[in-house]
Design a protein around this ligand. Structure first.
Ligand SMILES: [Zn+2]
Length: 284
């Protein structure tokens, strides 16, 4: 599942390729993945590409498009001028290699400067055509602030998490109404950065511990963005690799391996239905 830094990396890549360009044609090969009428997209220019949590948003001359890649969605842009580099973002599966379109290319959008393929092995992803900003609000209005918005202040964060004082902090960090876009990897990394065990109840945290967690959220995201998240811009060259962030992650996916700070083996436990990774020595 792509998380916020991965989706932001894709957003930046698509922004370079698509902003200012016109949609000429939309071919829908699996109708359930596209909500709305593909006809509403033709002849429209993309004015801006933004992101809310893990949802990509295209602002068109008339309306919006929202895209969620879910588990295995992938966007591949092949420029008209084959000299230019193809942009690939999303799930790095070897099955996706090879000639396009293929059996998992479910929606194909032709632009004046190239073709965008929406591939999805498991078909959980979607593209929604939204008529106006009211419809867009229905899609993303329930989400909490982004970590880099002024609304995401310490006072806001503290009072928002304290409403769930009895819950483990790990679970509360995953609550998308508190801060949008924190998924499993970055919740684990944030708690390692803050030296807090994931099982601690929010009510047991001191104000200074809450402040440390608050400051760690942007730190962890910024590091992940620097490494392009866990996805890579060009999977074909790195052959199914998971991108570079996991190479520097402190705890996520490192169960049994020595902590990068103290050498204690990293533990993996279940909290709710999700796995959590932490260092029992560094995290209190
Ligand atoms: Zn440690």
């Amino acid at each position: 599942m792509p998380e916020l830094p991965e989706v932001e990396t894709i957003r930046r890549g698509l922004e370079k390729e698509l902003v200012g360009h016109k949609i000429l044609n939309v071919q829908v090969r699996v109708p359930k993945l596209l909500f709305g009428s593909p006809k509403d997209l033709t002849d429209q220019k993309i004015l801006e590409i933004t992101r809310r949590a893990k949802i990509l948003i295209w602002r068109l001359e008339n309306g919006f498009v929202a895209i969620h890649l879910k588990m295995t969605g992938q966007l591949i842009f092949v420029p008209k001028n084959a000299q230019e580099k193809t942009f690939i973002g999303g799930h790095p599966d070897k099955l996706y290699g090879g000639k396009l379109p293929h059996q998992y290319s479910h929606i194909i959008i032709t632009f004046d400067n190239g073709i965008l393929y929406f591939n999805d092995l498991r078909k959980f992803g979607w593209i929604k055509v939204l008529a106006n900003s009211e419809d867009l609000k229905k899609e993303v209005g329930h989400l909490g602030p982004e970590y880099d918005w002024p609304e995401f202040s310490f006072d806001y964060f503290q009072s928002a998490i304290l409403r769930r004082a009895k819950s483990p902090i790990k679970q509360v960090l995953l609550d998308q109404t508190i801060v949008a876009g924190v998924g499993n990897i970055y919740a684990d990394e944030t708690l390692f950065c803050a030296k807090i065990q994931p099982t601690r109840s929010v009510g047991s945290l001191t104000e200074s511990e809450i402040n440390t967690i608050y400051k760690c959220i942007p730190k962890v995201f910024q590091l992940a963005l620097k490494y392009g998240g866990t996805s890579s811009r060009d999977y074909r060259q790195v052959d199914g690799s998971q991108g570079t962030y996991l190479k520097v992650a402190k705890v996520y996916g490192r169960q049994g391996l020595p902590c990068r700070v103290c050498g204690t083996p990293i533990l993996r436990i279940k909290i709710g239905a999700r796995s959590s990774h932490y260092c029992p020595t560094c995290q209190k």
